[in-house]
Design a protein around this ligand. Structure first.
Ligand code: FCB
Length: 444
């Protein structure tokens, strides 16, 4: 497998998100987000870690862009921090927040790296959470205002826009499982949140198109194929429920099918749809972003409301304890192309955490991560050859960073970060990616 096996116009990038790397949480007028509050609440993140400093990217972005240049990527997916732009979530604009992204975008373009901006990667302004957060419909309207503001300022230079990152995580992990900000455990709220997130996306799509000439707009979902733990029909039905919970609940309304009837029946909970919401949500997009890390294997369970249980399988697992299963990415790409027919698919995240350490020779020999990338890319290529409309691939992540509830314990970077000194060192996987992009190596 070589770079030239992929189409010449294939996008090769790295991805990050604002709260995970920027730090500078009280600088230049940024307001607090739900992740500041959550991570500073005792017991919520591993070791009490928070993003106050993170990778200090807010100050070190020129160095980080130089690293991307060295890797040879042609695109960079970052997220804009809503609370930097609108410290209270709505109303008062903070021009210094916009200035930061102006500088970042200009610096990327100077290096020939195409900016791909995500508008929401989980850092909801705290004051919007105080007014009800995503379970409140008002938050969707607030998002459309924020999208309007950001795209009016950056849209002359940024053409690729992702509305939301992984609404499943915001809705389920944030409002039902309670393991992400804001840490609620309320099923009904999570269902309402999912609807208002999708509505926020749908409201923002035409706003972005209006503001940005030549816009390419999409959404990023974290999708995972689900397989039954056994051929028992009860397990097969459980895998179907998992698929409804993780994938179809988002895909179906986005592609004009409304919420899946089997899931509505299972949940017994209506997602507060009003008027033309489903038409708004199904606004045509230019691409579907998918974040793929692993598959799920499930068996039947009586536990309400989802009625499935995860089963740990496989031989190989990453430091997140996620099974390494590249075939799941292939299955997913083929299925999406056939069932939903997106105009284009970009893998907006794919990567792995391993317990990296700096060796005596000063290198970081993360050969398992190299293997992970090679195996996933090989299956991307196969899916492409079998007709999947795959147009690009972003490795997660450029840097080791604040991995949400896992704090700094989980390292996903192509570049190692020594957090006390903020020194960056390219890992073996980063050099492998560079060589692959330069085509200096054949990788399998
Ligand atoms: C995804 C998130 C990203 C990162 C990776 C490991 O769910 O979008 O921010 O945490 O997982």
């Amino acid at each position: 497998m070589k770079r030239s096996d992929f189409p010449a116009n294939f996008i090769w990038g790295t991805a990050t998100s604002a709260y995970q790397i920027e730090g500078a949480v009280s600088e230049d007028g940024r307001g607090p987000s739900i992740w500041d509050t959550f991570s500073h609440t005792p017991g919520k993140t591993k070791g009490g870690d928070h993003g106050d400093v993170a990778c200090d990217h807010y100050h070190r972005y020129p160095e980080d862009i130089a690293l991307m240049k060295e890797l040879g990527v042609n695109a960079y997916r970052f997220s804009v921090a809503w609370p930097r732009i609108l410290p209270e979530g709505r109303g008062r604009v903070n021009p210094r927040g916009l200035d930061f992204y102006n500088r970042l975008v200009d610096a990327l373009l100077e290096q020939g790296i195409t900016p791909w901006a995500t508008l929401y990667h989980w850092d909801l302004p705290q004051s919007l959470e105080d007014q009800g957060g995503w379970p409140s419909r008002e938050t969707a309207y607030a998002f459309a205002e924020y999208a309007d503001l950001v795209t009016r300022h950056l849209g002359d230079r940024v053409k690729h826009w992702i509305t939301l990152n992984e609404p499943w995580c915001s809705a389920y992990l944030g409002y039902h499982a309670g393991i992400h900000a804001p840490g609620q455990q309320n099923f009904k709220h999570s269902i309402w949140a999912s609807h208002h997130l999708l509505l926020a996306h749908g409201l923002a799509v035409p706003v972005i198109r209006r503001n940005v000439t030549g816009a390419r707009v999409g959404i990023t979902l974290n999708l995972s194929p689900g397989y039954p733990a056994s051929p028992d029909p009860a397990d097969v039905a459980a895998a179907r429920r998992f698929d409804g919970f993780q994938n179809r609940w988002y895909l179906d309304p986005l592609y004009g099918l409304g919420y899946p009837a089997d899931m509505l029946a299972l949940y017994g909970e209506a997602p507060s749809v009003q008027g033309d919401d489903l038409i708004t949500i199904a606004a045509p997009t230019d691409f579907l972003g998918i974040n793929y890390y692993s598959r799920a294997v499930v068996r039947n369970s009586d536990l309400e409301p989802y009625r499935f249980q995860y089963v740990r399988v496989g031989e190989e697992h990453t430091d997140m304890d996620w099974e390494v299963y590249p075939e799941g990415l292939y299955d997913l790409l083929i299925r999406l192309g056939r069932e939903y027919r997106p105009k284009a698919i970009y893998i907006t995240e794919n990567g792995a955490a391993y317990p990296d350490a700096v060796a005596d020779d000063g290198g970081i020999h993360d050969l398992e991560r190299v293997r992970y990338f090679q195996r996933h890319l090989a299956l991307c290529l196969e899916a492409l050859q079998h007709g999947a409309p795959l147009k690009g691939y972003f490795a997660w992540s450029l840097l080791d960073n604040f991995e949400w509830a896992e704090g700094y314990a989980k390292r996903f970077g192509l570049v190692y970060v020594d957090f006390p000194s903020q020194r960056r060192r390219i890992k073996a996987s980063g050099y492998w990616f560079r060589d692959f992009l330069r085509e200096a190596v054949a990788s399998s």
